[in-house]
Design a protein around this ligand. Structure first.
Ligand code: GLC
Ligand code: CA
Length: 558
């Protein structure tokens, strides 16, 4: 044996660079024809996901829930809702995913539960001062008869963050805190019973073979103990978001995940809507594996905005051990095609600063939006860290802006006094077959002439969804879907450990950086780029290589 043989460098853990496909369960595929997506539907369509070339999936909440906030109002954390197929469907999907080498992440909602959760029902029944109430944040009201909320905090969805209970005899009694909808009471994380309960939830699902969790509003669980009034109730709430004590929870969960051994490669990813520098605190050694970077998706399609945002994030990683999870789409924001294609935004009156950037509506140039979204996607896939895709973006789907008002389900719609549409337009069931009932979303009916009885989808699909259907795009090498497959394939050749190094190309309207053997260049506006020979060959491009409104990857020979 030669002495010069060196072992290949170990491949870093999947979560350091993996691409995860987000599944909005109600809207992906419906196996039993009731108009609601389910886990058997996902299993039946798993080849579509595996065929994209992703590393895993994240399931939006599919636990029992009154569904007042798309399942983020969890009534039982330990089982799967029967509407989605219950535990047998979960086990089948888990096995099918693992058989294809796909990781399976669940959604963990630890800030609040549903008002229908057994703990909250008991708390209501047990009355003021009880141990049961101490698991939530109950307070007496202020003013005469306690008729005013305990403080002036606002719900993220609009309206006050407090709701008053009424005793069985009709007398008004205490108030409870809900950072979101009134149907979502916040837990009291100062109570050790809450932390213990969530340890059990994590163990339950890890024992059942899940590979990790996406953690909902991971920066909100710990509140300032005094619940002080805000000087400006419409502004940011520093007593609710990003309290230092929240990091202790993640150190505890990280240790719990590590206790399963390195071989499992369990991963925790936090939903943290904070600027990159503060978000990076959540991936310090011993905390989360990944934290979402939402800063990039809040930028306009503009070279300077993108470069600044990426630089802020990469610079913030210096003290981190985990990685950023890049994303341009989710069930909470308007789809990238629409955000980037918006030509004539309508004024939006909302206290939610994120919404102004991510849920503006108005006239859209769809072709421009698609071109920009493809360029942004290819740029994102070149960045160091993990990446998350949201179902339907691989079809180039725009936001459905014109849902009938009476079909809207997002609590934001009512809580904003019907001024903000909210998020339903990104949650419309996917089009699979142009000529099938429900565009093939409901599997029992697969052909136009099929008489199988299927219910209408839970949110109506617009007629133009046919143009975006999977079957049409499958047959077209120039489709957005074909582009996603090529892009994800090329990403597999990128060295996950290669650092990002900016290239100074003397352009205001274009950016370029190196990652190992690759150069990624994006022309936002202005003339095509003249790629220097040392960048190598153009290997993939979102449009004409080097062209306007296009991202191109170049690769130098080894
Ligand atoms: C997160 C979820 C969102 C939900 C909210 C409250 O932001 O992504 O969909 O409404 O938390 O749970
Ligand atoms: Ca169904």
């Amino acid at each position: 044996m030669s002495e010069n043989i060196t072992a290949p460098a170990p491949r870093p853990a999947w979560w350091r660079h993996g691409v995860i496909y987000q599944l909005y369960v109600r809207s992906f595929a419906d196996a039993n024809g009731d108009g609601i997506g389910d886990l058997n539907g996902i299993a039946a369509r798993l080849d579509h996901i595996a065929g994209l070339g992703v590393d895993g999936v994240w399931l939006n909440p599919c636990y029992p829930s009154p569904n007042r906030d798309g399942g983020y109002d969890v009534a039982d954390y330990t089982v799967i809702d029967e509407r989605y197929g219950g535990m047998p469907a979960f086990e089948a999907l888990r096995d099918a995913a693992h058989a294809r080498g796909l990781k399976l992440l669940m959604d963990l909602v630890p800030n609040h539960c549903s008002a229908q959760h057994a703990w909250f029902r008991r708390a209501v029944a047990a009355g003021p001062g009880s141990d049961e109430r101490a698991r939530f944040i109950f307070r007496d009201g202020r003013g005469p008869g306690g008729s005013q909320p305990p403080n002036n905090w606002r719900s993220t969805f609009g309206g006050p963050a407090w709701t008053r209970l009424t005793a069985p005899d009709g007398e008004p009694e205490q108030w409870y805190l809900h950072s979101f909808d009134a149907s979502q009471p916040d837990f009291n994380w100062a109570n050790p019973q809450v932390a213990d309960m969530f340890d059990e939830v994590l163990r339950t699902w890890f024992d059942r073979g899940v590979d990790g969790f996406r953690i909902d509003v991971a920066y909100a669980m710990v509140k300032h103990p005094d619940l002080p009034d805000l000087e400006d109730p419409a502004g940011d709430n520093p007593y609710l978001w990003n309290q230092p004590g929240v990091h202790e929870i993640f150190r505890r969960w990280r240790a719990l995940a590590e206790s399963y051994g390195e071989g499992r490669e369990l991963a925790l990813v936090g939903e943290v809507w904070l600027p990159p520098a503060e978000a990076a605190d959540y991936i310090r050694p011993g905390e989360l594996h990944q934290v979402f970077n939402f800063d990039l998706l809040q930028q306009s399609f503009d070279a300077r905005e993108f470069r600044t945002s990426i630089t802020d994030c990469v610079d913030a990683l210096k003290h981190a051990e985990g990685v950023p999870a890049w994303t341009l789409n989710s069930h909470d924001v308007h789809r990238a095609v629409t955000r980037y294609g918006l030509t004539d935004p309508e004024p939006l009156s909302t206290a939610d600063a994120n919404a102004l950037r991510t849920r503006a509506r108005g006239a859209v140039d769809v072709q421009l939006g698609i071109k920009r979204a493809k360029a942004a996607l290819l740029l994102m896939l070149a960045l160091p860290g993990a990446a998350y895709l949201y179902q339907g973006e691989e079809l180039g789907l725009p936001e459905v802006q014109d849902l009938p008002d009476d079909a809207r389900q997002d609590p934001i719609w009512e809580r904003s006094g019907r001024t903000e549409h909210g998020r339903d337009g990104s949650r419309v069931p996917l089009p699979w077959q142009a000529d099938a009932p429900n565009f093939g979303f409901s599997l029992p009916a697969r052909h136009e002439d099929d008489q199988s009885d299927v219910a209408a989808p839970w949110l109506p699909q617009p007629p133009w969804f046919a143009d975006y259907s999977v079957d049409r795009q499958d047959a077209d090498p120039d489709s957005v879907l074909a582009f996603y497959r090529r892009a994800l394939g090329e990403r597999r050749r990128l060295d996950p450990d290669a650092p990002l190094v900016w290239l100074e190309i003397q352009r205001e309207d274009a950016i370029a950086f190196r990652r190992g053997q690759y150069v990624c260049a994006t022309v936002f506006d202005g003339p095509p780029i003249d790629a220097p020979a040392e960048w190598g060959q153009a290997v993939i491009s979102s449009g004409a290589p080097g062209g306007t409104t296009t991202t191109t990857w170049y690769r130098a020979a080894a």
